[in-house]
Write a protein that binds this ligand. Structure first.
Ligand SMILES: Cc1cc2nc3c(=O)[nH]c(=O)nc-3n(C[C@H](O)[C@H](O)[C@H](O)COP(=O)(O)O)c2cc1C
Length: 196
């Protein structure tokens, strides 16, 4: 798939077919992630990659499905909440692969230096989301919140100093997958040239 087509096509998918992803496909996605730019030339990453259904289900069990009371969404954001909130656990249960990209934190998060390793990990995540799209897969991220980060850390016995900014969830998209209306971000609205 041509690069700009991949960029246009990537959407967050939260419903997946019950179908395994071939290992070489997952490896290409992981490799695309590892090509991302990184702060201080460090690449302080470790990608814990889950493909065994029993392990994926254990991790899904830590994720709270959020109730959503929106019945008639009035904005694209409300439509997204309506689709996404109740599916936070289910989308993991249905997925064929979950990547937990950890980064090693060198500085405290309270200053700009501290954000560098975190930012680099998001560059890695976006590379993987685009690679997954190019492979014909659906993808979405889930940000571990509240007790989730600690439960995941304890379950996998992740050493101190390693952090998980987002879970990357992959699978072949279900034909019924609901995708909310996109918020338009156009050059006209979002870009100014040479002055604010
Ligand atoms: C920083 C960040 C956090 C996000 N957290 C979640 C999340 O926890 N659960 C989820 O289902 N989607 C999450 N998303 C996906 C967004 O909801 C999605 O990107 C947005 O609605 C735009 O839709 P699109 O990805 O289809 O373009 C997150 C995306 C970003 C960039």
């Amino acid at each position: 798939m041509e690069f700009y087509e991949v960029v246009q096509r990537r959407r967050s998918i939260r419903q997946f077919e019950d179908r395994a992803i071939p290992r070489p496909v997952i490896e290409r996605i992981l490799d695309a992630g590892l090509k991302a730019p990184s702060s201080n030339h460090q690449r302080q990453w470790k990608l814990l990659t889950l493909t065994e259904k029993s392990v994926i289900l254990e991790v899904a069990g830590f994720i709270r499905p959020y109730p959503c009371r929106i019945v008639e969404p009035k904005t694209p954001q409300q439509e997204m909440f309506q689709i996404a909130y109740p599916r936070q656990r289910r989308m993991i249960e249905e997925s064929a692969c979950v990547i937990l990209p950890h980064f090693r934190q060198k500085y405290g998060l309270e200053n700009a230096y501290g954000l560098m390793d975190y930012g680099a990990t998001w560059a890695l995540i976006e590379n993987m989301l685009l690679a997954a799209t190019a492979e014909g897969l659906g993808s979405v991220v889930h940000i571990p919140v509240k007790k989730e980060p600690l439960q995941i850390k304890e379950f996998f016995q992740i050493p101190d100093g390693w952090y998980l900014p987002a879970m990357v969830i992959l699978g072949y998209p279900s034909k019924e997958a609901r995708v909310p209306t996109q918020v338009e971000a156009t050059l006209d609205k979002k870009v100014c040239w040479n002055k604010w």
